[in-house]
Design a protein around this ligand. Structure first.
Ligand code: HAM
Length: 415
């Protein structure tokens, strides 16, 4: 026998039984986004590598360690997208969306790729659902974006959700702070992990994210950017709080919050599920007021979020519901199988979900199968051309005119 080929490490198949939860999430998202005036956008799954190098930042883990990058047959370096914001900013510029009424509000769902060490809730191919609003620097948009992700998690019933909020200020304000932080890290270098110590110059803020106890202890007394926030940055952050307070959104201000992407300015946030363990971050986002310009477009502020679909589904746990069928058409003997097939087609054309036996089962076996697939009724076609309808929950059976079956069975009100 030939050797079996398995799905690549860190990937998974989505089987029909997993689909119910995923489509419920997609539908809940679509309703919330459309209500708030966000239009759906789809961008390519691979892009020019330079887009992410420039947009997300060379010094980030994502760009330096986690990208699936390869040369295509034309010798161009392309990368499977590790996140969506850079691509959407590229599309905003490419399609001249700055000429539309601002802000331009977009949402998306699709696969993303990061070469990370796989574990529960962390994959090499995963799905993000997200939104980006470009063209306004008003704190109203920050609050709207945070509110939509909060509403989506609440609508789906995600338990133990917490929201962490921070601000990175403007890049100019951050430059002074970075110098202060670098000096602090250098002074404590011997207690830092090797990885953090090596990146003091390139990415000092990431030290707040480190997991090793030595670095964590050093970071407890590190100066924070929030303490240094002033002028318009501080006002902007204060207004975001006021708006969230007024909307009744609960949050915790986290001065150590840093995100793994370089494009952020001002507001940053993360939603966590405390029941999820190590990979507790359900979704995150923030403002990126310089990104569109960095990608060659006009100065355009933006704010958005992305959430991990698989992590949301993990947080919901439980067995997905078995989708019910309106009817199963059973043949009392083999001579009725063609009639059964024709009736199934008629029922489906009438908008009902219907199946018949395709595995040569006995009548008893067919009724057992009807039960297994959650059919509400079984139509039994008898050898003499008559038919009976059986209520699958009570077992009650009565004659029915075969010509009237489609009209007599109502579709399930909650398919
Ligand atoms: P991110 O925090 O890198 O942000 O990813 C967003 C979400 O994607 C995470 O909270 C997590 O739920 C999920 N996720 C990330 N990596 C993995 C993985 N390896 N396996 C499973 N799930 C994962 C962004 O990507 C930004 N583009 C968000 C954003 C939009 N900021 C502004 N606009």
């Amino acid at each position: 026998m030939s050797e079996k080929i398995q799905a690549p490490r860190g990937t998974f198949d989505v089987l029909p039984a997993d689909e119910a939860g995923r489509s419920r999430l997609l539908q809940a998202g679509a309703v919330l986004f459309e209500r708030a005036g966000y239009g759906r956008i789809e961008t390519p799954i691979f892009e020019d590598t330079a887009l992410f190098a420039r947009g997300v930042g060379e010094a980030t883990d994502i760009v330096s360690k986690e990208m699936f990058t390869f040369e295509d047959r034309g010798g161009r370096s392309v990368t499977l997208r590790p996140e969506g914001t850079a691509s959407i900013c590229r599309a905003y510029v490419e399609h001249g969306m700055h000429k539309l009424a601002q802000p331009v509000k977009l949402w998306y769902i699709g696969p993303y790729f990061r070469y990370e060490a796989p574990q529960a809730g962390r994959y090499r191919q995963f799905t993000q659902i997200g939104a980006e609003a470009m063209g306004s620097d008003s704190p109203l948009v920050d609050a709207e974006i945070i509110g939509i992700l909060g509403d989506l998690l609440a609508e789906l019933g995600v338990p133990a959700v917490s929201l962490r909020l921070g601000s990175l200020g403007s890049p100019e304000a951050r430059t002074d702070y970075r110098e202060e932080l670098k000096a602090y890290l250098r002074a404590n270098e011997s207690d830092l992990s090797k990885e953090v110590a090596l990146r003091i110059e390139a990415n000092p803020l990431r030290a707040f994210d480190a997991a090793d106890p030595g670095t964590r202890e050093v970071m407890q007394n590190a100066p924070t950017l929030l303490e240094r926030l002033d002028g318009e940055d501080a006002e902007h952050f204060a207004e975001v709080h006021q708006l969230l307070d007024a909307a009744g959104v609960e949050y915790e201000i986290d001065p150590t919050l840093v995100r793994g992407l370089d494009y952020y300015t001002r507001t940053i946030f993360e939603f966590h599920c405390e029941e999820l363990g190590a990979q507790s971050q359900l979704g995150g986002g923030g403002r990126y007021d310089r990104l569109v310009a960095e990608l060659g477009g006009p100065e355009t502020p933006g704010v958005g979020f992305a959430a991990g679909v698989e992590r949301i589904l993990l947080s919901l746990g439980g067995e997905p519901p078995v989708p019910a069928r309106d009817a199963f058409v059973a043949a009392a003997d083999d001579g009725q199988r063609h009639r059964a097939s024709a009736l199934v087609a008629e029922l489906r054309n009438a908008g009902l979900s219907a199946e018949t036996d395709l595995a040569g089962r006995s009548l008893k076996g067919q009724l057992k199968h009807a039960d297994r697939i959650g059919a509400r009724v079984a139509i039994i076609l008898d050898a003499d051309g008559s038919a009976q309808v059986r209520d699958m929950s009570t077992g009650e059976q009565q004659p029915i005119d075969p010509a009237e079956v489609a009209g007599k069975i109502a579709p399930d009100p909650e398919p």
